[in-house]
Design a protein. Structure first.
Length: 174
């Protein structure tokens, strides 16, 4: 009997450790990542990589919603620019370090004017140290860094690796 209790406790601790430090499952809460992700999709997130700074352009990250987003919980967005990179919005297109960014949305054009970079905490459109500029794949339907500014990397809780639900949409994510 004592062995069963120890096995149970060891399994519970191992499971908790994996969920706390390695992997977890998250729900996509909004349509801002269409067409890549749909509302209700379940994602397996890697919690280890963001802690050690392994994020890159195009990664899909999960992070605690900033207060400026006026949303509770977590958000799912794509990394568009890294620390030190300079953004510009010209003729409806986003540019990072004078290179156009291809968006997943069909038209690729962004609505609106150039953001007030200073008000977003990005003088000259430059992403601050230890921050990321993130956007939804559907920029017309996304509350993202264009609204709430760059996301501190410390707020990132995970990197989406695999879509696991619904079954017909199981896939690796880039």
């Amino acid at each position: 009997m004592r062995e069963c209790i120890w096995l149970f406790l060891a399994g519970a601790l191992l499971g908790y450790g994996c969920r706390a430090w390695l992997v977890d499952v998250r729900l996509v809460p909004t349509p801002s990542m269409r067409p890549t992700l749909e509302v209700g999709d379940r994602l397996v997130i890697d919690k280890f990589t963001p802690r050690w700074g392994g994020l890159a352009h195009g990664d899909i990250v999960v992070f605690a919603a900033p207060p400026e987003a006026h949303l509770a919980g977590e958000m799912v967005k794509r990394v568009v620019a890294l620390p030190g990179e300079r953004l510009a919005l010209r003729q409806g297109r986003l540019w990072v370090d004078d290179r156009p960014v291809l968006l997943a949305a069909s038209s690729g054009e962004l609505p609106g004017q150039e953001p007030d970079w200073n008000a977003l905490g990005m003088p000259g459109g430059t992403v601050p140290l230890d921050h990321l500029f993130v956007m939804g794949d559907d920029p017309r339907n996304s509350t993202d860094s264009r609204v709430f500014g760059p996301v501190p990397q410390a707020r990132v809780t995970g990197l989406a690796r695999v879509g696991v639900w619904p079954w017909h949409r199981v896939r690796l994510l880039h």
